[in-house]
Design a binder for this molecule. Structure first.
Ligand SMILES: [Zn+2]
Length: 150
């Protein structure tokens, strides 16, 4: 999962605020639970606070009972990376976007291999869809592959 490689640039600040040890991985259970708990974001500098709020809005809003440990945040993050690619950003631009917007650090090489893996999965889906005569799904999948590969 691409989310497993995402690190928070300001993890140390969040750790200091929480008062216990937190791994810098943005989607670790401890980090997600800390961000969802009522820690005092106001004492963070403006830019960091905005990034955390943007992260929260983008990935941590769901109504599952075991949220934020329900798997939605990781899935939403993977979807976000694919959306950015489909909007025309390359892997480096996706990396800078994630850093500016959410304070998330990811190696461009990790983004690239995630995009390649996604294409392989989509190709497998398109093959199965074609075998089953599900033409609409096959076409949709093919269109998505083209948007990622261009
Ligand atoms: Zn959920």
């Amino acid at each position: 999962m691409i989310a497993d490689r995402a690190r928070f640039r300001h993890a140390k600040k969040i750790e200091r605020l929480a008062g216990y040890r937190i791994p810098e991985l943005a989607f670790s259970g401890t980090m997600l639970e800390t961000l969802s708990s009522r820690i005092d974001y106001d004492s963070l500098d403006y830019a960091v606070r905005e990034q955390i709020l943007a992260f929260f809005d983008a990935f941590l809003r769901c109504n599952c009972r075991d949220s934020p440990l329900c798997g939605c945040p990781e899935k939403k993050f993977a979807t976000k990376v694919l959306e950015l690619r489909m909007n025309g950003l390359d892997h480096r631009q996706i990396g800078s976007y994630l850093l500016d917007e959410y304070g998330i650090e990811l190696f461009p090489a990790d983004i690239l291999s995630f995009l390649e893996e996604s294409v392989h999965v989509l190709e497998a889906i398109a093959d199965v869809a074609r075998l089953q005569g599900r033409d609409v799904l096959a076409k949709k999948t093919g269109d998505t592959i083209r948007l990622i590969e261009r």
